[in-house]
Design a protein around this ligand. Structure first.
Ligand SMILES: [Fe+2]
Length: 392
């Protein structure tokens, strides 16, 4: 039976339209949200792609006054947000169109937050009730068009921004940081190289996995996390092998949005490690997550073992072995097949560990790790990851 192309739209967790070619709906979508002067936020790589020029001319042809901001680095930083806010104000932007991977989306969301609100972006770091400093009515409406399938930032209420003071990645939060509409067009991800397809897909997997393992009561997030892991297991390798696999690309976009929806329940030690390591070394976030996941699984084993049979079932693994071992072996083998690194050797040196441990301990993601961690345990996990040693 021939499968039909994936196409759908729904309003959970925000207005979401998925299907090949749907980026063409952007001018009408701007009109629907009352946007006449959009600031298009992207990164230099995406802004150079052929589709991007068409997107801008499409908006102009519809009578919208467009400005493009694309001076964003691989790790989104305070300076990128400030430059975008300045341009949004100069343009008199009344909305933002965010086109790109997690970096462009996160910067764009912060620009939408700050264009008409006071303060700097780190005033809205996810601590206490900082988010109440913003006047929600002054946040610009944003439309997100993801070009990677990983962070799920297109449906998320947070952004990750690097703090220049300690180079650590800080989480910025506001409930209305969530874009008002997502246009998920799998054709925009066809050109994503194999390495980035693999790394971003593993970020989405880590979101689902850590959300599933987080200890809170949250059956909705659990259900989404399991289905997200099933979609990634079924489609990530296909998309790495053939970037033009329409179904695989669409299912990965969906899984990325599901991961970010599920992790409202919480993340864990994988992300608590990859945030500071990424900030310190520039290691890609998804690559860092894929690298740390098995070591964190071993560390958390006693607390997550009972939850692994359902993961094994979602991944389609044969029964008969312990769920934990089946999931761990599957993950390590998949990571190898899609060409991601297996140890921290050459990325982090042992003498960097003392600086990293306090940053891991301070990362908000650690609060929902199934097993509380001491400084000594975090150091142990980092040493195991450098050695490539999966023993406890
Ligand atoms: Fe992540």
């Amino acid at each position: 039976m021939e499968s039909r192309p994936i196409r759908g739209q729904f309003n959970y967790p925000t207005a979401y339209r998925i299907g090949a070619g749907r980026v063409a709906e952007l001018p009408l979508a701007c009109r629907e949200l009352g946007i006449a002067r959009p600031l298009v936020v992207s990164d230099p790589g995406v802004a150079a792609l052929p589709f991007f020029a068409g997107l801008v001319t499409g908006l102009e042809a519809a009578g919208l006054a467009v400005r493009v901001f694309s001076e964003i680095g691989a790790n989104p930083a305070v300076s990128h947000v400030e430059a975008g806010v300045a341009l949004a104000r100069a343009h008199g932007a009344d909305g933002c169109v965010l086109v790109g991977g997690g970096s462009a989306l996160d910067v764009g969301k912060c620009v939408a937050l700050l264009a008409r609100n006071p303060g700097t972006v780190l005033d809205y770091e996810d601590r206490g009730e900082n988010w109440k400093r913003a006047d929600a009515a002054k946040i610009l409406p944003a439309i997100a068009i993801p070009t990677t399938a990983g962070t799920g930032s297109e449906v998320g209420r947070a952004a990750v921004i690097q703090d220049p003071r300690d180079r650590n990645k800080k989480i910025v939060f506001h409930p209305q940081l969530q874009p008002r509409l997502v246009l998920a067009d799998p054709e925009l991800t066809y050109g994503l190289p194999k390495g980035l397809t693999a790394a971003t897909g593993m970020d989405a997997f880590a979101h689902c996995f850590e959300a599933w393992c987080a200890p809170a009561y949250h059956p909705m997030a659990d259900g989404i996390a399991l289905e997200g892991m099933r979609l990634i297991a079924g489609h990530l390798e296909r998309a790495v092998e053939n970037g033009h696999d329409a179904e695989a690309r669409a299912q990965l976009l969906m899984a990325a949005a599901m991961g970010a929806t599920a992790f409202q329940k919480g993340l864990g030690l994988i992300h608590a490690l990859s945030h500071p390591v990424g900030g310190l070394t520039g290691l890609h976030h998804g690559t860092a997550n894929a690298l740390f996941q098995p070591y964190v699984m071993v560390h958390n084993r006693a607390l997550i073992e009972a939850r692994m049979p359902r993961v094994a079932e979602a991944l389609g693994l044969a029964s008969g072995r312990s769920g934990f071992d089946a999931v761990l072996d599957w993950f390590v083998a998949l990571r190898r097949r899609i060409g991601l690194p297996e140890s921290l050797a050459g990325i982090v040196t042992p003498d960097q560990i003392p600086a990293l441990v306090p940053m891991v301990l301070a990362d908000p993601s650690l609060e929902t790790n199934p097993k509380p961690c001491t400084a000594a345990e975090i150091e142990h996990v980092l040493r195991r990851a450098i050695a490539g040693d999966l023993s406890p």
